[in-house]
Design a protein around this ligand. Structure first.
Ligand SMILES: O=C([O-])CC(=O)C(=O)O
Ligand SMILES: [Mg+2]
Length: 387
């Protein structure tokens, strides 16, 4: 059993939308196809992966370092003899050979993308959905039959007014979501409060609305927003300040009584541990949003989940960023709290399998082997071309 080829391509996921920190007009993402010599249904098994929005395509890092290391490795060293399959942990160690600790930067995105393709291939070789494989290997066979999801959107874009924002949010409710998320922080506080109140008009109550500042605020602004937001009783207040400013997060948590969320820009189990040690996050109400596709993949995610347990956190407090099917599988297989969803943006990478409907804010999972990409036709068409 061996990997016979790995193809990668950078594709555009550009859109004329902005959060408080960046616009997505030139956003790209890497897609990887990992071809094996294992035959299932008369064809070689191919595993697919891509990176989450927010970081750009990783082709250069993959070509320069990571894919070369895999190609040079002895194929025998990448096999999991116990399961007669590829070994994601051995592959991860090969990818990360001669990489120093710390400074996780963009390499965690390159590795996370390849790791997704590896797990997709592993589940296809085992002929089970990835969520089932994870539940069997790590949770005594117990899998969640459905996963809570929320609809993320509410971006800023030129010409968008409150009517369009409200229409967008109403359409998420019409599609079965119960909680929606909108961006804040790109306009002055009074304007954001007006936008928030417009959305509350549609969703009915603060408990159905999360807001995301994308790390824009200094401490003073984070506090001013917090004071203004607290009466709404929002679902969560996300990434108020810089993702690595744990003191800001801790001071905000002392003052803001409602739920806070952060973690999408922490890319390793060490960074996650620092957040839990120093960021004042409260395990009884706050939310963690680490995204495997940005943070060295599922191999590293398993370490992050161990850190959580050591620090007294339940995996149910984790709702990953990224709105992709990989995290959906992890959520169902490993018992996370839910998953993000982008019903309209970042297509075809956002959203779920074609025949999966959101009902009362929850989605089921595809029953096909692997992550389920083949059940999302627009995405699979693009992936197949790369393979
Ligand atoms: O960068 C973005 O706009 C995406 C993001 O924060 C999220 O989905 O939470
Ligand atoms: Mg966010």
């Amino acid at each position: 059993m061996k990997i016979t080829a790995i193809h990668e391509k950078t594709v555009s996921i550009g859109a004329p939308i902005s959060n408080a920190y960046i616009d997505f007009s030139k956003m790209t993402c890497s897609v990887v196809a990992l071809v094996t010599d294992v035959i299932r249904d008369g064809k070689p098994v191919v595993g697919y992966g891509f990176n989450s929005n927010g970081r750009y395509g990783q082709g250069a890092l993959m070509r320069d370092r990571f894919l070369a290391r895999l190609e040079e490795a002895d194929p025998e060293s990448l096999i999991d003899a116990e399961h007669d399959n590829l070994d994601p942990f051995a592959i991860w160690s090969t990818l990360m050979a001669n990489e120093k600790p710390g400074g996780h930067g963009e390499r965690s995105v390159a590795v996370g993308t390849i790791d997704m393709a590896v797990w997709d291939a592993v589940a296809k070789i085992a002929e089970v959905p990835l969520w089932r494989l994870l539940a069997d290997r790590y949770r005594g066979g117990e899998a969640d039959e459905s996963v809570w999801v929320y609809a993320a959107g509410g971006y800023y874009y030129p010409g968008k007014d409150d009517t369009q924002l409200k229409d967008e949010m109403r359409s998420y409710l019409d599609r079965g979501y119960e909680v929606v998320k909108m961006k804040i922080g790109a306009v002055p506080l009074p304007e954001d409060l007006r936008r928030i109140e417009a959305v509350l008009d549609v969703v009915g109550e603060g408990a159905r609305l999360a807001v995301d500042a994308n790390g824009r605020f200094d401490l003073e602004t984070a506090m001013a927003y917090g004071d203004a937001l607290v009466p709404y009783g929002l679902f969560w207040y996300e990434e108020a300040g810089d993702p690595l400013d744990y003191l800001l997060q801790a001071k905000l948590a002392e003052r803001y009584a409602g739920p806070l969320a952060t973690g999408e820009n922490l890319f390793s189990h060490q960074d996650a541990r620092n957040l839990l040690r120093h960021g004042g996050m409260r395990p009884d109400r706050d939310w963690l949003q680490f995204d495997c596709a940005l943070s060295y993949g599922l191999v590293e995610y398993l370490r992050t989940l161990e850190v959580l347990e050591e620090e007294g956190w339940s995996a149910r407090r984790v709702v990953p960023h990224g709105g992709h099917q990989m995290s959906l599988n992890i959520a169902a297989g490993l018992g996370l709290g839910g998953n993000e969803s982008y019903p309209d943006v970042f297509q075809p990478f956002g959203g779920f399998a074609d025949d999966i409907r959101v009902e009362k804010g929850r989605v089921g999972l595809p029953q096909i082997p692997g992550v389920g990409f083949e059940a999302k036709s627009a995405l699979y068409a693009l992936m197949k071309e790369i393979a």
